[in-house]
Write a protein that binds this ligand. Structure first.
Ligand code: FEO
Ligand code: CA
Ligand code: CA
Ligand code: CA
Length: 679
């Protein structure tokens, strides 16, 4: 029902001051419980975590760098879904990356040019996804995770997956592991998430490209720089002559037949079959996808949804589901000057699909067939969704920079197709979120140091010299902004939209004419917005309260404050009008007109500040809104075993924990009076 009107409850807490302390702070009247930490065992056969670098068996422990996260309600007993249960559920969360040094006794080692197998295996298994049962006995009881939970599961870079949709079986997916291009192996650098309307979890592969080794000579082996394979690898950021993150391919495994390490080397191997089925030249094509997991069965094989395109997938969030209307899924491609996408299903929504018996088959129904679009933002506050369809808009076999072969080639090389269409290059698109009341889509644009005065445009209008980027002067858009759009006719099927900028990140003391354009003050100033989520809480009248939660990443402001979580009650697109900004970097000056929202004022307020060297990411609540789950990612990330820079979460109680290694962790925040968090 698109005509529903709602009176939102007001956000009701006193803002938390900025902080550099090594502890997570929340408003007076709230409590923090540490729920699920790096290394916590998820079965009874796995030993307690020693946290000194000696631990192994991470395929049965929480991974590192907790990121995107969703709560799935379970019935009071058994393994049946109960989306309304706020006392027992499955928490599903991403483990994006690792604090490598803390995983080993004395940091990572290399012996004779090779990584030790045991270290590399640990590092791989610390990536991926956790599914873990959590429970509280009553609305006043403490939350804990259930070590013996029968649905507990880790998905790692080693877990079998399958490819579905238009690219499944394509020659570009063939490897020695998957000669038919249908099987996949694992997932990596899983960033933001998506809660699918049929009750599954979408995990999204973001900075996967960095893990691949590519030796000098590989460009020539693939036919020279102009060859299609090399154009694609260059566009996705895999140049030759580099070892790949953590150099996993250097391992000599005890099992000589194992390919779990050499798969990370995509260099064409002499004598291997030219179709790629005998080496790992195509392994990078197996990553960059959205991967759907059914949390309610830990034997199901997760499915890579190729119709949603290949990119640095930050997240994948569903628009509103309306019976008879084709649903949309909004996605950012997080790299400088990349694009915002949406996938519109070919299948109109059916109400019964909110609780299907076969959840992954329902995913097939909505996500395997449809149209992938990319956004073009016009200067006048309008915009267009451009379809990535083979044969249309110059995406053809005769294209001179990249001869597209078919629709599968378009999806594998979505960035190249979007280039052809003339999509708008954004300031690093991170999370998307949907206002459940209005259907408007918000997207964080975290920052962009490569934005120049000359190439600002209306949706990316700022280029300035930030005086305070950890003491280093940075040019471009150092603090980021949040853009929002309203689909024409308020329907997910729209191919046009209106847009404005909801808020600009800035220190409150910075220039109000070109940096602090949203009039932020000490209660709500922030930098580098990243996580973004609308609460599903209800107010006392049972009405949806559209509180939007904003999480920040390591940005230009971390010399003043640790990263944070803010709560907002945003207005609507075009509630602020037109504004012209004067941009200045050095001697270069220019003006840029844009569309802005009204100043957020007290409707944007800081709710939480994190510990040292962490990012705040991942957020969901129980359906009653009384428990808010938040992830604290990479505390103490700049340290090492000999220079521990954070003791969180061992010190969260307020007791000193000197010498204890930091751990990424999920926390749960509750209001001491039992009320809805944030209101
Ligand atoms: Fe993993 Fe774009 O943050
Ligand atoms: Ca992010
Ligand atoms: Ca980020
Ligand atoms: Ca991070």
């Amino acid at each position: 029902d698109t005509t529903v009107t709602v009176t939102p409850a007001a956000i009701g807490f006193v803002a938390v001051p900025k902080s550099l302390d090594d502890i997570v702070k929340v408003p007076d009247g709230y409590s923090v419980t540490v729920l699920y930490r790096l290394g916590d065992p998820i079965n009874t056969a796995t030993a307690a975590f020693a946290n000194n670098g000696t631990d192994t068996g991470y395929a049965n422990r929480a991974g590192d760098h907790h990121d995107g996260m969703s709560y799935f309600g379970l019935a009071a007993t058994g393994n049946t879904p109960d989306p309304a249960n706020s006392l027992r559920g499955l928490l599903v969360l991403n483990h994006e990356n690792i604090n490598q040094a803390y995983l080993h006794v004395n940091g990572a080692t290399t012996v004779g040019g090779a990584r030790p197998e045991g270290e590399a295996l640990k590092e791989m298994e610390c990536h991926g996804v956790s599914v873990v049962e959590i429970v509280r006995a009553s609305l006043s009881g403490a939350w804990s995770y259930v070590q013996a939970g029968t649905l507990n599961r880790r998905v790692t870079p080693l877990t079998p997956t399958s490819f579905v949709g238009p690219v499944a079986g394509n020659a570009a997916l063939r490897t020695a592991f998957s000669p038919t291009g249908v099987a996949g192996r694992g997932t990596i650098n899983n960033c933001a998430n998506g809660y699918m309307p049929w009750g599954t979890y979408m995990t999204n592969e973001e900075n996967w490209a960095g893990y691949f080794r590519r030796d000098t000579g590989d460009v020539a082996a693939r036919g020279g720089a102009a060859a299609k394979a090399n154009v694609s690898l260059a566009r996705y950021g895999i140049p030759e002559n580099r070892p790949g993150n953590y150099a996993w391919s250097t391992v000599t495994p005890a099992d000589a037949a194992s390919t779990i390490y050499r798969r990370w080397n995509i260099t064409v191997q002499p004598g291997a079959a030219a179709d790629g089925s005998g080496d790992f030249r195509n392994e990078a094509n197996q990553f960059g996808w959205c991967l759907e997991i059914d949390p309610f069965t830990n034997t199901s094989v997760p499915r890579k949804r190729t119709a949603l395109g290949r990119m640095n997938h930050e997240g994948c969030w569903a628009g509103r589901t309306i019976v008879g209307v084709r649903p949309a899924f909004y996605m950012g491609d997080d790299a400088q000057n990349e694009y915002i996408y949406k996938f519109v299903s070919a299948t109109p929504w059916v109400a019964a699909d909110a609780s299907p018996t076969d959840r992954l088959a329902t995913g097939d129904k909505y996500l395997n067939t449809g149209t992938l679009y990319v956004a073009r933002f016009n200067a006048d506050g309008t915009g267009t969704w451009l379809p990535l369809i083979f044969g249309q808009g110059g995406i053809t076999a005769s294209n001179t920079t990249y001869a597209f072969a078919d629709q599968a080639d378009v999806l594998i090389n979505a960035r190249l197709a979007a280039d052809v269409l003339g999509a708008t290059r954004m300031d690093r698109p991170e999370w998307t979120a949907i206002n459940p009341v209005s259907g408007e889509m918000y997207c964080t644009l975290t920052n962009n140091s490569s934005r120049t005065v000359a190439n600002t445009d209306a949706p990316n209008p700022r280029a300035y010299t930030d005086p305070r980027t950890n003491g280093t002067v940075t040019n471009g858009n150092a603090n980021g902004h949040i853009i929002r759009l309203r689909e024409t006719g308020d329907t997910s099927e729209a191919t046009a939209f209106a847009w404005d900028i909801y808020a600009f990140g800035a220190g409150s003391d910075l220039n109000p004419t070109n940096i602090n354009l949203s009039g932020l003050d000490a209660t709500n100033d922030f930098s580098s917005p990243d996580g973004l989520w609308f609460g599903r809480s209800s107010n006392a009248s049972g009405l949806v309260s559209p509180v939007m939660w904003i999480e920040t990443d390591d940005g230009a402001y971390t010399d003043v404050t640790n990263c944070m979580l803010l709560a907002a009650q945003p207005g609507t697109v075009n509630d602020g009008g037109v504004r012209t900004i004067t941009n200045t970097i050095g001697a270069t000056t220019g003006t840029q007109a844009t569309r802005v929202g009204r100043a957020p004022g007290t409707a944007l307020r800081r709710f939480l500040v994190g510990c040292k060297e962490c990012e705040i990411t991942g957020i969901d609540s129980t359906p009653d809104g009384r428990s808010l789950f938040v992830n604290i990612q990479h505390p103490g990330e700049n340290g090492s075993p000999s220079n521990i820079t954070s003791n969180w979460p061992a010190n969260q109680s307020g007791t000193a924990a000197t010498g204890v290694r930091p751990r990424s962790a999920t926390i749960v925040i509750t209001k001491n009076d039992g009320g809805v968090v944030g209101l």
